[in-house]
Design a binder for this molecule. Structure first.
Ligand code: BGC
Length: 741
């Protein structure tokens, strides 16, 4: 009896305390009820205040109600250092260094969604530990031209690969109570003229190529926020674009999160009010009002006082404001006010292992042949074959986590290739810089004097004569006009005289391994003269050890290219129509290659790439059996399966990415020869065979019809291609779609 009374009292006290908590603070209540409750308590001014930044990387909550601010950070390869409240200078903290994870091109090259999950989890733990609510990433823009300075922040040229890789990243990141902010929505495929270029693109190319990655992030990944891009789309800036934000993102896809503008990507109050933007970030001047510099205050934002005036005068809808505020509240409840979220951590050792694992799976062995008949290929490096190994190249020592723009990271550590080679091979290693790329600079380019160029080249060539093996670590870097924001590459060539240096090295010593550190394809003038080439990407903190894992054979390479490597720039669809196709005429850029992006262009136009999409070698080899289909015909509600045996018929354990492409054999409108619709990465011991099964669904046969604004498929014959790359097809099977879809 006594116990019952005590329990009843406890329940009553609990209920009374509970009753004092406002609904919006009560995490046991459904989130929509909480949003409604909070919204009902807010003034017009408080709602407007939430819609624009208060500092470089934060937006206000509602202090009167105890609703906290939102804190954001770049993204996407690690958590950026702290920036000052009102300027771009760093805040000079000493506890804000991070792990740099591999650039997203490298993640895409793993072709392994499990790697994307590991990535999202680890970067999310660091973001949470640093008390961020939004991580500005990942990027989902499609690789359209190898000149784009920001391709390294994206997931390659294929919408299916992008979709499969972005979903686990977003899901695992958000489990930390940190929102992904998927960027840059949409059609932000060049940095040149990025602030204003008007992208003219067909509806079909949007739906088939440029939007699926974003859609997957939203609908399958459940992304809580998305960032509008700088460019215009069909005449209107992407940050306040009715078509892409209201109609597609929030309408068709049912996105319930927040649209954040790119920094200073907002240009008009009425459009921002009505066309789907929720939080305006980064505006620091108002050219239309002559306000800039120290005079600019938070309320001068387009969605600040001007917005309030329009609302007060009834010139823009209050319902749209309530929608913005509801979305922002929902986001705050999911992140900043989520008391159930984990604490995160800064476990550098564990996260470095994650970075190294992802990096190792992403490196792509582009070629590997012997220098003489009968000899072993140069890779993996067998130390007993080489007394002296010469490492050449600026990228062997450069701090590559620096530069590149907003994705620059202040790292807890970064191990260079040279350091890692010395750790592995001791005093066999010597170094010659060979070429000089100048300081890491975002805003300008440092010229290197000719006498320095000559001296460095001569030193390297002299050392090369004495060496048994040369490991040339070159490629691009994060300087302006390389892999860097707010400017594109000015040439497809390798910069800083690397081609000339390579030719001179090869002339005195043919045993050259080229390690290409870049986020982009580059022109390789005489690829046949270079025995081994590894595409190493920007791997982050663990670049050196990861490169050495692959060169030494401790890790058997299993990465595959997430984009095509054209022989020359004109072979790429974006460059086949002159300047109007890229960079545009100063006002607009026309995507005349339409849906034929990347390998879709190479295949359909029969223009071979130097290295095709999906290409990547291993230190072992894989034999494919004959593909078998479960049935010859597909019905509208049915699926088919394709099964194939894959055997590791080499000497080493390795991983293979088995790729499924589908093509419509005959169609009334243009379709690519084939499109990626499935892939599986499998690990095989020497001699082991595994059966791989792909399911083909009706959706995989469809194209976007501009006539009906919907997905459709024509009846007739289709081919399923199974291969080791988009051109190394090991088997084909045909099936028929009986009725239109
Ligand atoms: C970039 C974004 C970045 C933002 C904040 C912009 O210049 O385009 O990707 O998240 O700055 O640093």
């Amino acid at each position: 009896m006594k116990r019952t009374i005590i329990t009843l009292c406890a329940v009553a006290i609990g209920w009374m305390c509970q009753a004092q908590i406002p609904v919006y603070q009560d995490e046991t209540k459904p989130i929509e009820e909480r949003v409604k409750d909070a919204l009902g308590r807010m003034t017009l001014e408080e709602k407007v205040a939430m819609c624009h930044a208060q500092s470089k990387f934060s937006s206000p909550g509602v202090p009167r109600l105890g609703i906290p601010e939102l804190w954001m950070s770049d993204g996407p390869h690690g958590v950026r250092e702290e920036i000052q409240w009102g300027s771009w200078s760093n805040a000079a903290w000493t506890n804000d260094s991070c792990t740099a994870f591999p650039a997203l091109t490298c993640l895409a090259a793993t072709w392994n969604p499990e790697m994307a999950a590991l990535y999202g989890k680890a970067v999310g733990e660091e973001a949470r530990f640093r008390e961020k609510d939004i991580l500005l990433g990942p990027g989902a823009n499609i690789y359209r031209t190898p000149l784009n300075g920001r391709n390294f922040e994206y997931l390659g040229e294929d919408p299916y690969l992008t979709s499969r890789m972005i979903v686990p990243y977003v899901q695992e990141l958000q489990k930390n109570g940190v929102a992904a902010c998927v960027k840059h929505y949409a059609l932000n495929n060049q940095e040149k003229q990025r602030w204003n270029v008007d992208v003219r693109v067909s509806e079909r190319a949007m739906y088939e190529i440029y939007l699926p990655g974003f859609r997957a992030a939203v609908q399958e990944g459940g992304a809580w926020s998305i960032m509008g891009a700088y460019n215009k789309i069909l005449g209107t800036h992407a940050c306040h674009n009715d078509l892409t934000l209201n109609r597609i993102l929030k309408g068709e896809w049912g996105f319930d999160g927040v649209v954040v503008s790119d920094w200073a990507g907002t240009h008009d109050t009425r459009e921002a009010a009505m066309n789907g933007l929720d939080i305006e970030m980064g505006t620091d001047s108002r050219p239309d009002k002559g306000i800039s510099g120290n005079k600019f205050r938070a309320q001068d934002c387009y969605l600040g006082d001007d917005y309030l005036q329009l609302l007060r005068r009834g010139e823009v809808s209050e319902a749209a404001l309530n929608d913005k505020a509801s979305r922002i509240l929902r986001l705050i409840f999911r992140t900043a006010m989520n008391t159930k979220k984990p604490f995160g951590n800064m476990d550098y050792a564990a996260h470095s292992r994650v970075a190294r694992t992802i990096g190792g799976e992403g490196m792509v062995l582009l070629q590997n042949s012997p220098t003489k008949k009968g000899e072993q290929p140069l890779l993996p490096i067998d130390p007993s074959r080489y007394g002296k190994i010469l490492v050449v190249g600026d990228n062997a020592t450069r701090r590559l986590c620096m530069g590149g723009g907003s994705s620059e990271l202040k790292v807890q550590h970064e191990t260079s290739v040279l350091t890692a080679m010395q750790a592995k091979y001791g005093d066999k290693i010597s170094y010659a810089k060979g070429y000089q790329a100048g300081k890491t600079m975002y805003g300008s380019v440092e010229e290197v004097e000719q006498s320095v160029v000559d001296q460095l080249r001569n030193e390297a060539v002299t050392a090369a004569r004495e060496a048994d093996l040369i490991v040339f670590v070159g490629g691009l870097n994060k300087n302006r006009f390389q892999d860097c924001e707010d400017g594109d590459r000015q040439s497809y060539d390798l910069p800083f005289g690397q081609n000339e240096l390579l030719s001179e090295l090869l002339a005195v010593n043919p045993r050259v391994v080229l390690v290409l550190v870049s986020g982009n394809a580059v022109r390789i003038p005489n690829p046949d003269h270079i025995p081994a080439i590894v595409q190493s990407w920007y791997v982050g903190s663990e670049l050196g050890p990861t490169v050495v894992d692959v060169l030494s054979g401790d890790v058997n390479p299993s990465g595959k290219l997430p984009f095509s490597f054209p022989v020359k720039l004109e072979d790429c669809g974006a460059h086949a129509f002159g300047e109007i196709g890229y960079p545009g005429d100063g006002v607009k850029v026309e995507y005349r290659e339409d849906i034929l992006v990347g390998y879709r262009w190479h295949d359909t136009k029969k223009i071979p790439a130097l290295y095709p999409f999906g290409h990547g070698l291993s230190y072992t080899t894989f034999k494919y059996g004959k593909p078998a289909l479960s049935a010859k015909k597909m019905t509208a509600d049915g699926t088919l399966t394709v099964t194939i045996d894959v055997t590791n018929n080499g000497q080493r354990a390795g991983k293979e990415v088995v790729q499924l492409y589908i093509g419509d054999d005959k169609s009334t409108l243009l379709r690519p020869v084939k499109e990626l619709k499935g892939f599986q990465k499998i690990a095989l011991a020497p001699g082991e065979t595994r059966q791989v099964t792909f399911t083909i669904t009706p959706d995989m046969l469809k194209y976007w019809s501009e006539a009906t604004h919907s997905w459709q498929a024509e009846p007739g014959k289709f081919t399923a291609y199974v291969g080791s790359s988009s051109t190394d097809i090991r088997g084909k099977v045909k099936f028929e779609l009986e009725a239109p879809l």
